[in-house]
Design a protein around this ligand. Structure first.
Ligand code: COA
Length: 321
């Protein structure tokens, strides 16, 4: 067993200025603020403005600056950068390489990961393993998405759900200490047989995000509950030991069902999807930052991250702050 743990030093985020409210969507789609709010919990989302386009790398860079400043680390300190995204700037070079070059992290390796809305949990797991194994001391874990570009804005079953944004955590190696601090456990799972339920084709004329909402909903609750329990058990803890759950922000009904399955009160769950919608790999750091700034994350807090998305891909992690 390594005597190194990786610790989350900070989180930083960025969202575009442009707000798209449910009321505005009513103006061009057969839907209503009431329907969207009741079925999803979402009231508004941030969208990259066509007049001032931004890419996943642009937003990832801005969120990284915020996270690095809070952590008190410089560009030279960063050994590795992982960007989780399903809306990369290019097939290659990777979005992570653009982030590396813009931040001038000249000592860092950089690569992208694709696990859709579970991307942040996957990237954090890989970064944790790299830090614990000694491959890197300090890493940026970035989730950044420009989902608005991938949506069919005439499909009311999908376009109302998503938003754009980025979130980053700084992860750093620390000698194991007492009391223990850092990432305690992680769990990853994939089920490729369900791939057609939620997909964004890379080729062809129909390059829009498509989804079978109802079925995705049921699997999301099942997978998130199972992944949460596995990470908690792996950490040697009980559900009641967890101070805060930061789930992927897809739908308030999915999150409430998760809390119910785990018998956890909603005041122990970070939720901010009413403002941002589903920002995929950016949603966990966006909710985590808000909870941290609100004083809900303190030294010693035990936090569970859990994400689920297309693939299907599922990831969870328990850490002590
Ligand atoms: C998409 C979602 C909100 C739809 O809610 P739902 O309660 O499952 O609704 P259904 O798809 O069964 O549709 C019910 C009705 O509402 C209609 N409807 C769908 N979207 C609508 C909208 N934006 N406004 C108004 N009506 C809408 C449907 O056409 C359907 O009408 P019908 O009964 O006349 O056919 C919900 O399934 C969901 O959130 N799924 C998970 C999606 C998700 O989180 N994906 C990402 C996972 S990482």
């Amino acid at each position: 067993m390594s005597d190194i743990k990786s610790r989350i030093l900070s989180v930083g985020t960025f969202v575009p200025d442009k707000v798209l409210t449910n009321k505005e969507i009513e103006g061009f789609l057969d839907t209503s603020d009431e329907w969207i709010t009741a079925r999803t919990g979402i009231k508004e989302r941030r969208i990259v403005d066509k007049e001032h386009p931004m890419s996943a790398a642009d937003m990832g860079v801005k969120a990284s600056y915020a996270a690095m400043e809070r952590a008190g680390v410089t560009a030279d300190d960063i050994d590795g950068i992982i960007v989780a995204t399903f809306t990369p700037d290019n097939f290659f070079p990777s979005t992570a390489c653009r982030v590396q070059s813009d931040l001038k992290c000249n000592n860092a390796f950089a690569f992208d990961m694709s696990a859709a809305c579970a991307g942040f949990a996957y990237a954090l797991t890989v970064a944790n393993n790299m830090v614990v194994s000694g491959q890197a001391r300090t890493m940026l874990v970035v989730g950044s998405e420009v989902i608005s570009k991938t949506l069919d804005w005439s499909d009311r079953g999908t376009c109302i759900l998503f938003g754009d944004g980025a979130g980053v955590v700084v992860l750093q190696a620390e000698k194991n200490r007492n009391p223990v601090r850092g990432i305690l456990s992680s769990y990853l799972f994939s089920d490729g047989t369900l791939g057609d339920l939620l997909k964004l084709p890379a080729w062809g004329d129909e390059r829009f995000l498509r989804m079978k909402g109802n079925e995705v909903f049921k699997h999301a609750v099942r997978f998130m509950t199972d992944a949460s329990l596995r990470a908690i058990t792996k950490a040697g803890l009980d559900v009641n030991d967890i101070d805060l759950i930061v789930p992927h922000q897809a739908n308030i009904r999915i999150i409430s069902a998760l809390a119910e399955q785990l018998s956890v009160p909603m005041d122990k769950v970070a939720v901010n999807l009413e403002k941002y919608g589903n920002t995929s790999s950016a949603s966990i750091p966006l909710a985590f930052e808000e909870a941290w700034l609100d004083g809900r994350v303190k030294d010693g807090s035990k936090v569970l991250f859990v994400g689920v998305g297309g693939g299907f891909s599922v990831g969870s992690m328990v850490c002590v702050m």
